[in-house]
Structure formats: structure tokens, C-alpha cells
Design a protein around this ligand. Structure first.
Ligand code: FES
Length: 170
């Protein structure tokens, strides 16, 4: 049933719209309540979904992977390796005779590759001069707001083993 007739002077495209200005008052309270109820229900279901995901979330299992032999690098030496998966570059730095650290090589600003600046003893991103502490990956300077994710290492005999990533979601 058509409530309103298109005035002969109105353009043809107005036939495609079901509500004419004069008919807007016919969007009644029941329709409005139905709209609100369905919208609220959709939001409620969405929140339930988020809650269920957080309940069943499991932290990723990281592989244990040998990244270098302990005597392989001189002090100040570096090595690039993939962890935890292929294509995810990390940088290993020997900072002292008996100390090694490793971080994700991906800058937390816009993902350029960081490198070790031995003279300054820090990790540097060449794209926008973002500098990170070699001690803990904290931002020293530049636009990055988050520290570099750290690769936790274990030494087993003469080998350095990557066991997990820390600070990935920070
Ligand atoms: S991408 Fe590293 S500082 Fe911008």
C-alpha cells in the first residue's frame, strides 16, 4: 500500500526512497523501540564474544631455538636471526664477555629495521632517528613510544637459545 503519491513535479528518483519527508512522522514508537532493542542485542552479543575470547585466550607457545654459539661473536658483535617464525627478524648483540641480549629488529614506530651502534652502545633506527637502550630495549629518543620486544635467551652449554618473546603487546 502506498501512503503517498509522488507529486507530479517531484523527480523520478524519489520513488526509490520509501520515506518521504511528509511521512517521517509515521516511523512510530514501536519501530523505534524495535530498532533500539535489536541494536542493544547486537552490542550485547558482541560484548559476550569479546568476553569469551578473553576467557579462552592462550598465550602463544614459543619455540626453543638455538640462535648462536656463545663464542661465535666478539664483544660488540651482532647476529641477525629469525624468531619466533621465519621472516621475523631479531638482532643478537654480545654486550660483554659473558652477556648477550636480543631484540626484535622491527622498530616500534613504523617497522624499519634497527641496528646496533657500537660506539653509542644502543640500537638505532635509521628512518626517524629512534634510539633504544641496549640494556632493556627502552626508548631513548625519537618517535617510537614502545620499547623493542625482547627475546629471552638461555645459555645451555656453549649455545644461546631463544625461549620466548617479551613485551610484544606492550
Ligand atoms: S620507523 Fe623507527 S623511528 Fe620511525
Amino acid at each position: 500500500m502506498k501512503l503517498f503519491r509522488r507529486p507530479s513535479s517531484a523527480p523520478l528518483w524519489q520513488d526509490e526512497f520509501s520515506v518521504f519527508t511528509a511521512g517521517e512522522r509515521y516511523v512510530n514508537r514501536r519501530q523505534f523501540t524495535k530498532f533500539l532493542t535489536l541494536t542493544s542485542l547486537a552490542m550485547f552479543v558482541g560484548n559476550l564474544w569479546i568476553l569469551a575470547r578473553s576467557w579462552f585466550y592462550r598465550a602463544p607457545a614459543y619455540p626453543r631455538r638455538v640462535v648462536a654459539r656463545a663464542d661465535e661473536l666478539a664483544v660488540g658483535g651482532t647476529r641477525i636471526f629469525d624468531y619466533p617464525a621465519a621472516g621475523m627478524s631479531c638482532i643478537l648483540v654480545r654486550t660483554a664477555t659473558d652477556s648477550w641480549v636480543a631484540y626484535s629488529q622491527k622498530c616500534t614506530h613504523l617497522s624499519c629495521a634497527v641496528y646496533y651502534a657500537k660506539e653509542q652502545d644502543r640500537l638505532e633506527c635509521p628512518c626517524h632517528q629512534g634510539f633504544f637502550s641496549i640494556a632493556d630495549g627502552a626508548v631513548l629518543q625519537g618517535p617510537p613510544r614502545r620499547p623493542l620486544p625482547r627475546v629471552r635467551l638461555e645459555r645451555l652449554g656453549g649455545e644461546l637459545i631463544a625461549v620466548r618473546m617479551e613485551g610484544e603487546g606492550a
